[in-house]
Design a binder for this molecule. Structure first.
Ligand code: ZN
Length: 136
């Protein structure tokens, strides 16, 4: 079951200057910066009540964020929904006819297991599912 919006991902060209910009907007600084090498991105996270904002900057040319910015410019990149059991949810959504980009959950930023749904099956919105990894 999808529980809530976990975060909204925003593609930016320059993480450092965007961190400053969003700090001014929110009146609070980001609480972490994290690179996800497998995705070719560097991310930062802001906490707004129960919802987070994730800024994403490409760290190489072939990163999906670099391609997104080339095509559409900076802006909202994806909406991430929190789920309790990502494998169950992936199975359910596959059964409903959604097009999943990943066949298995993968490691994402901020201690999550994640999966993306293809925007062509979700009215043009890139959807991320994320499950909090059990804390050690
Ligand atoms: Zn995300």
């Amino acid at each position: 079951m999808i529980k809530k919006i976990e975060h909204i991902g925003i593609a930016v060209k320059n993480l450092e200057s965007s961190n400053d910009l969003f700090k001014k907007l929110f009146g609070a600084a980001h609480y972490k910066v994290e690179a996800v090498e497998s995705e070719g991105v560097s991310t930062s996270f802001f906490m707004l009540g129960e919802t987070k904002i994730e800024l994403l900057q490409a760290t190489n040319e072939s990163s999906s964020i670099a391609k997104f910015i080339d095509k559409k410019g900076e802006g909202i990149h994806h909406i991430a929904y929190a789920v309790d059991n990502i494998k169950e949810e992936m199975e359910r959504l596959r059964g409903e006819g959604f097009d999943l980009i990943h066949t298995e959950p993968k490691d994402g930023a901020d201690n999550k297991r994640i999966c993306f749904l293809h925007p062509k099956s979700t009215n043009g919105v890139l959807v991320e599912l994320c499950e909090e990894k059990t804390k050690l």
